[in-house]
Design a protein around this ligand. Structure first.
Ligand code: ASP
Ligand code: MG
Length: 424
């Protein structure tokens, strides 16, 4: 079996869905194709505003709710003008969404739980519409509820996969569907606890869903269809002359995703690497072009510097109030707080008297962090920074990227240069 994943941008309009369906039709095989789909366009961002307990809850809820409805009904009507059935299915999903928004307790404590129950409707809506559309096009498609087999713990918004149960459920699914349909269509990003509550795997988690399915099915390959021609050496938003990398070793892809390359979700590679399953990144805009492949290669090809830019960074310098050294005891306290607050450190450096960390500048979280650290430490910070990571750097490449900006912090290994500079 092969696994395909289509993200929000590939299904953000009726035309996009037609294009996606054509790609699926061109790749039908004897065994069903497993197709993982995200929410349409920016639906997840919109749904986030409807979550009881979020700061935006109630502010423009009716407007947002209407937008959501019009958008999905419009796409469904354009694709299947005569289908009452698909509109009825949308009715049911929206009624359930409204019930949740009206009854879930709107407080911060329940926020993560509420988030998953509400936001999952993006994927439920998109797959419901697309499965009906594929069937209307004569492609025998089975809609599968991912919450029944991607089983996680109750770590809402960041569900951790229970691999044993998930493997069992997916094996059962495989036996049931092996030759019984052409396409199995399912939601990315969402899962369920063993006792039936909806969970999500973290933003942009649909790639991870595709990897979990591929791992458990022992799939032949995974293909992620994107709006870029493949794995580029930099995000084209930041960089004019990008180079497509044709082959990427698994470990390199893991490193790049870890440093913040947004082309794939960081958790995606490991499950497929463990089973030696190749991962292809291809363009849904030019579906006949070759794309990139992540697999068992020794080096990237072609060999070229790779750039990862992270904007909106804050650099915190943490100094013990009692003038003690930054040693294991102090570090333990600092990391304990970071861990509790779920703040990921993008870069760190310590000296005798201070410990510096570079993190994403989420003002709310950083405010709490500084408040918590204040009891034992003095904290200084610099905002509006950019973290640049360059793999396979040369001095010339570094100089041209830094472009004369002051460097606040720099770390260099044999393969990787990391720099913090003011945003341009
Ligand atoms: N719809 C989810 C998000 O926007 C998951 C995904 O697209 O991968 O984060
Ligand atoms: Mg997405």
């Amino acid at each position: 079996m092969k696994v395909f994943k289509f993200g929000g941008a590939s299904v953000n309009s009726a035309d996009a869905v037609r294009n996606m369906a054509q790609i699926v039709k061109n790749h039908l095989e004897e065994e069903p194709l497993v197709v993982v789909v995200s929410a349409m366009g920016k639906t997840t961002n919109l749904l986030e505003k409807l979550v009881p307990g979020s700061s935006e809850f109630g502010v423009r809820s009716s407007e947002m709710r209407l937008l959501l409805e019009d958008y999905h009904r419009g796409i469904a009507a354009a694709l299947m003008p005569d289908s009452k059935e698909v509109q009825q299915k949308i009715d049911t999903l929206l009624a359930n969404l409204d019930r949740l928004c009206a009854t879930l307790p709107a407080d911060v404590e329940h926020y993560n739980y509420n988030y998953d129950q509400v936001v999952s409707h993006g994927e439920l809506l998109s797959t419901t519409i697309i499965a009906d559309y594929l069937n209307s096009q004569g492609v025998d498609t089975l809609w599968q509820d991912a919450r029944e087999y991607i089983i996680t713990d109750n770590h809402y918004r960041e569900g951790r996969v229970d691999w044993t149960t998930t493997q069992e459920r997916i094996k059962n699914l495989e036996l049931r569907i092996k030759y019984s349909c052409r396409v199995v269509l399912t939601q990315g990003f969402i899962g369920g606890t063993a006792d039936g509550h909806t969970t999500t795997l973290g933003r942009e988690g649909s790639d991870y869903t595709a990897a979990i399915l591929a791992h458990c099915l022992g799939a032949e390959s995974v293909t992620i269809w994107k709006d870029v021609p493949g794995f580029l050496n930099a995000d084209p938003k930041f960089f004019a002359d990008t180079v497509k990398i044709n082959q990427i070793p698994y470990n390199e892809a893991i490193e790049l995703a870890y440093y913040g390359a947004s082309v794939i979700h960081p958790k995606t590679v490991k499950p497929i690497q463990n089973k030696n399953i190749p991962l292809y990144i291809r363009s849904f805009i030019t579906p006949d072009s070759e794309g990139s492949s992540i697999g068992n290669y020794r080096t990237i090809c072609p060999e070229t510097p790779l750039y990862i830019f992270k904007n909106n960074q804050i650099l915190l310098s943490i100094l013990p109030r009692d003038y003690s050294f930054i040693a294991e005891d102090n570090l333990q306290v600092i990391f304990g707080i970071l861990n509790e607050l779920g703040i990921r450190v993008n870069l760190m450096q310590n000296s005798a008297l201070s410990f510096s960390i570079c993190v994403d500048n989420n003002p709310q979280r950083i405010g709490v962090l500084i408040e918590r650290l204040k009891h034992m430490f003095r904290v200084r910070y610099n905002e509006n920074l950019q973290l640049i990571t360059i793999r396979y750097y040369t001095q010339q490449v570094i100089d041209s990227i830094v472009a004369g900006r002051p460097i606040l912090l720099e770390q260099r290994s044999r393969s990787t240069e990391q720099l913090i500079v003011p945003c341009q």
